[in-house]
Write a protein that binds this ligand. Structure first.
Ligand code: SF4
Length: 81
């Protein structure tokens, strides 16, 4: 499972931070930060989701009010949103 985080779209509501600890607060920027991610394209951050964090990652994606977090399965199919 893979997560993609659109930094530009994020409006800093921090619901995701409460759901998955890979998302951290950057209060100064008013944005979440996705730990251990790589930037793919402009302001898009990507990383693998460990097996034991899949539920948390899905909850984080569902909690985002602006759909800045997208979850893909191992076949590249979009699961959330
Ligand atoms: S829930 Fe969405 S808008 Fe809020 S901090 Fe996380 S990514 Fe940004």
């Amino acid at each position: 499972m893979r997560v993609e985080y659109d930094y530009d779209t994020c409006i800093g509501m921090f619901q995701c931070v409460a759901e998955w600890d890979a998302f951290e607060r950057d209060e100064d920027a008013g944005k979440a930060v996705l730990a251990d991610s790589e930037e793919h394209g402009e302001d898009v951050f990507v990383r693998e989701v460990p097996d034991d964090a899949e539920l948390d990652a899905k909850f984080a994606a569902r909690s985002c009010p602006v759909d800045a977090i997208t979850i893909y399965d191992d076949d590249g199919e979009q699961l959330i949103p």
